[in-house]
Design a protein around this ligand. Structure first.
Ligand code: NAD
Length: 273
């Protein structure tokens, strides 16, 4: 739980309050980020998607002394209204937002993109995985002063074709473009908006992608660091972007993927993976 991993401690986030959207369990990227922010003094509010997840999220959040733990289904305006009003009533303002949410049907994460993408699932995937950041950013920005900061989580499948990532890659492209437009809109108010493009990490969401095992081994073999993406590296990047260390950085998609994104042609050994 909270104290398991030695996240670097300090005061970089002392006095800052933020909302963490997207913890499902202790493997969630948002949970790693939350632990790092807490170790640097942040006060955190957590949202969970539905009642079933509350049982997992509440003990995790409480282990980081969180008092605000609220249900929030990003597909429901009423649920978003309710969650943001809890934050508004309790804190009145917000320093940062972590958006770490995505969903698509499992059947869409395999085989042919052109054949397996239905109109309904295309829309639903966009709604949960891209529009929810636009909506959350808009609501959060109303509670933010200059110095506020937001991040979302994306993946290389937005820029390049990754087998089986399919419609989620299209949603991530929309998410990254949305991030840049939001950065443009909120920049004049001193609010920074960025994305972290993480390499493959073993989570519930990643388990849905068919050929996941190949994805991990190929990434390890082909990346300059010859290693998996460490959740701690993602949490460290989040700390940089959400704290004052990240001043002047906005509209950026920052890759934390053992360098995989720079590779044009992998070494021969990687092709055997
Ligand atoms: P995860 O399954 O732990 O997190 C996904 C979260 O999305 C869950 O908490 C889930 O409850 C939430 N969610 C789904 N539908 C929702 C809804 N309607 N309302 C509210 N919340 C909803 O998996 P994760 O890997 O930590 O994913 C977090 C983010 O990181 C996602 O955007 C994912 O695409 C991105 N990402 C993951 C990887 C990876 O390899 N795991 C790599 C790059 C980017």
């Amino acid at each position: 739980m909270g104290g398991e991993a030695p996240f670097p401690s300090g005061d970089l986030m002392r006095g800052k309050r933020g909302m963490i959207m997207g913890v499902a369990n202790k493997n969630s990227i948002a949970w790693h980020i939350a632990q790092q922010l807490h170790a640097q003094g942040a006060e955190l509010a957590f949202t969970y998607a539905n009642e079933a997840l509350e049982r997992r999220v509440r003990p995790l959040a409480e282990s980081l002394e969180s008092k605000l733990i609220v249900e929030c289904d990003v597909l429901s305006d009423g649920s978003m209204d309710a969650a943001f009003s809890v934050i508004d009533n309790a804190w009145g303002d917000l320093d940062f937002l972590v958006h770490s949410i995505a969903f698509t049907d499992k059947e869409a994460l395999e085989g042919s993109f052109v054949e397996n993408t239905t109109r309904k699932n295309f829309k639903d995937t966009m709604d949960v995985s891209a529009y929810s950041f636009v909506d959350a950013a808009n609501r959060a920005s109303k509670l933010m002063k200059p110095g506020g900061s937001m991040i979302t989580l994306t993946y290389l499948g937005s820029e390049r074709v990754i087998p089986n990532y399919n419609v989620m890659g299209v949603a991530k492209a929309a998410l990254e473009a949305s991030m840049r437009y939001i950065a443009r809109d909120l920049g004049p108010r001193g609010i920074r908006v960025n994305a972290i493009s993480a390499g493959p990490i073993k989570t519930l969401a990643a388990a849905g992608i068919s050929s996941g095992r190949h994805m991990f081994s190929f990434n390890r073999a082909a990346s300059p660091l010859r290693d998996d993406t460490e959740p701690k590296g993602v949490a460290g990047a989040a700390l940089y972007l959400l704290s004052d260390l990240g001043a002047s950085c906005t509209g950026e998609t920052h890759h934390v993927d053992a360098g995989f994104h720079i590779v044009g042609m992998p070494d021969e050994a990687a092709l055997k993976e």
